[in-house]
Design a protein around this ligand. Sequence first.
Ligand code: HEC
Ligand code: HEC
Ligand code: HEC
Ligand code: HEC
Length: 259
Amino acid sequence: MKPITCDTSRSLRLPQYWLIFLVIALGTILITACSQAESTTDYLPAGEVDLELMAAEYPAQYEQWESSVHGQAYLDGDTNAPACLDCHADPESGEIETAAFQLDIPNRCGRCHADKELMADYDVSADVYETYLADYHGTTVAYYRATDPDSYRYEAVCSDCHGSHAVYAPENEQSSVHPANLATTCQTCHHDAPENFAMAFGHYRPARTPVSNAENPLIFWVKLIYQAAIPVTLGGMLAYIGLDVRYRLQKRKNHHDDD
Ligand code: HEC
Ligand code: HEC
Ligand code: HEC
Ligand code: HEC
């Protein structure tokens, strides 16, 4: 009588098994690389924030935050909203002045604002990170973040339009992106921009279509490959296992029938 283990070890040597392993390994590498290309979760808060200390050390920032949409929610007990260490490290660390931090701001905000489930709870659109990346400012900032993170750039990041601490919903008159204030906000950098310049732009959503090839070829192609890789890899694997199991059952049944 032949031991079963012998069968298994021999089957491991069969080339099609290694082919499957190769496909799985390549698929995993590809999927990991693709999800990293879009990852917005590199930064994690350092730990508990001492709000009393923050208020004493940085009264101006604290007061702006306190009455903002974030501060009001946080102080109401909603820890989904950011406090001082959720967007940056302790100001004393010097991180805020670095180019790397400035280029990382969209990802810091995106950690929450690209989170569809979280944003659905507040009825706030979760496409703001994606639409930002697709516009001129976002494409440029993402490019330098990836290739030259020590360079200071002047393209607008989230906080240049929304403010860092005095953040409000666009409908709120206090918001720097409220229609009445938007042109002034753009003009801090686009000095000669006419009033209607700003009207042409917010988070540009051409009928809310997904990111297109023309707007951002890299993201477009990464997404396409990503979307194709999963069904192809998993589908191929399942089909193979299915066929293999069927074959073995058939073989076993034939054995029994022979007996
Ligand atoms: C929603 C994200 C966010 C939250 C919450 C936040 N900050 Fe900031 N903070 C920023 C950003 C972005 C900058 C950088 C501004 C710049 O340089 O353009 C900044 C800059 C600063 C600075 C440097 C000086 C300045 O104003 O540029 C200090 C000090 C500071 N924050 C303190 C605080 C304190 C204290 C709190 C909590 C009460 C807090 N921050 C909460 C995003 C945030
Ligand atoms: C830790 C998570 C978190 C981070 C980081 C964060 N936010 Fe928010 N933000 C929220 C939550 C939660 C709300 C909804 C609060 C509410 O409505 O009670 C919100 C609300 C807002 C709103 C109002 C949206 C609306 O229409 O009501 C704006 C604008 C905004 N955030 C911008 C920013 C910007 C800009 C940054 C980065 C500088 C940032 N946020 C960082 C969690 C976050
Ligand atoms: C060039 C200016 C500009 C930049 C940069 C910018 N925003 Fe906005 N944002 C706007 C304007 C204008 C609106 C209101 C009109 C709209 O929604 O398009 C808005 C709306 C929002 C809203 C409210 C969405 C809702 O549900 O109504 C959120 C949240 C937000 N932005 C977050 C962000 C985050 C996060 C970033 C960075 C990843 C960012 N914004 C970058 C100008 C900007
Ligand atoms: C923090 C500075 C800053 C802010 C605020 C800002 N931008 Fe820009 N923007 C830039 C820079 C820098 C460039 C690239 C150089 C250039 O073309 O002027 C740019 C480029 C652009 C471009 C593409 C190139 C061009 O000049 O046509 C558009 C469109 C644009 N911005 C629109 C806006 C609008 C609309 C607002 C306000 C909602 C705004 N920007 C706010 C810095 C900013």
